[in-house]
Design a protein around this ligand. Structure first.
Ligand code: FMN
Length: 175
């Protein structure tokens, strides 16, 4: 059976909660969930399909290659070991807040996306931008976000239905 790995950061918030919800919807599949601080590059490559979840929480959490930026540590680890994602299908989900950050809604999703693109990944699971009210987002490509976007601060009720729809889309890709 093909293996699905769900990797997320940060801990203890909406991103972690969403990882668990998504994993449950893959019942019957081989699926495991990890926080990003528990993995090295080799662990990622044990999986056929990878899902990565993040949130936009102030630029310092994702823009700078600091010691506590788990995303950059992971990308650097993959680069240093000369690995890439060319044989992998990757899907991304991202948490944000469209009311308080309407000009930067889920911006960091774009950064994560472009890193994986640069590492030759095939990225699936785009999501329509309907049903949100924001001004600008770097994570848009045309009318679609480059991954599933959730705003649980303002649209808590979307968690179940959006993740159900998204996982059904992914099941068609993950074959
Ligand atoms: C300090 C801070 C900065 C934030 N900046 C943004 C932002 O620029 N864009 C955005 O869409 N959401 C922003 N958010 C909202 C979070 O992404 C949102 O609350 C998310 O659900 C947090 O998930 P987590 O608790 O798992 O990190 C910010 C939240 C905080 C506390």
């Amino acid at each position: 059976m093909k293996k699905i790995g769900i990797f997320y950061w940060p801990l203890k918030g909406n991103v972690e909660r969403t990882a668990e919800v998504i994993a449950k919807k893959f019942e019957g599949y081989s699926v495991e969930v990890f926080s990003l601080d528990k993995v090295v590059a080799e662990d990622l490559f044990k999986f056929d399909y990878l899902i990565f979840g993040n949130s936009t929480v102030g630029a310092s959490h994702w823009e700078d290659a600091t010691d506590d930026n788990k995303w950059y540590l992971m990308f650097h680890d993959v680069e240093q070991k000369n690995m890439d994602f060319k044989d992998k299908k990757i899907a991304l989900y991202s948490l944000g807040d469209q009311v308080n950050y309407p000009h930067n809604f889920v911006d960091s999703l774009q950064l994560i996306y472009s890193h994986f693109k640069g590492m030759n990944a095939s990225i699936v699971g785009r999501w329509p931008n309907e049903g949100y009210d924001f001004k600008e987002s770097l994570a848009l490509d045309g009318n679609e976000f480059v991954g599933l976007v959730l705003d649980l601060d303002n649209q808590e009720e979307t968690l179940e239905s959006y993740t159900t729809r998204w996982v059904e889309m992914l099941k068609k890709e993950f074959v």
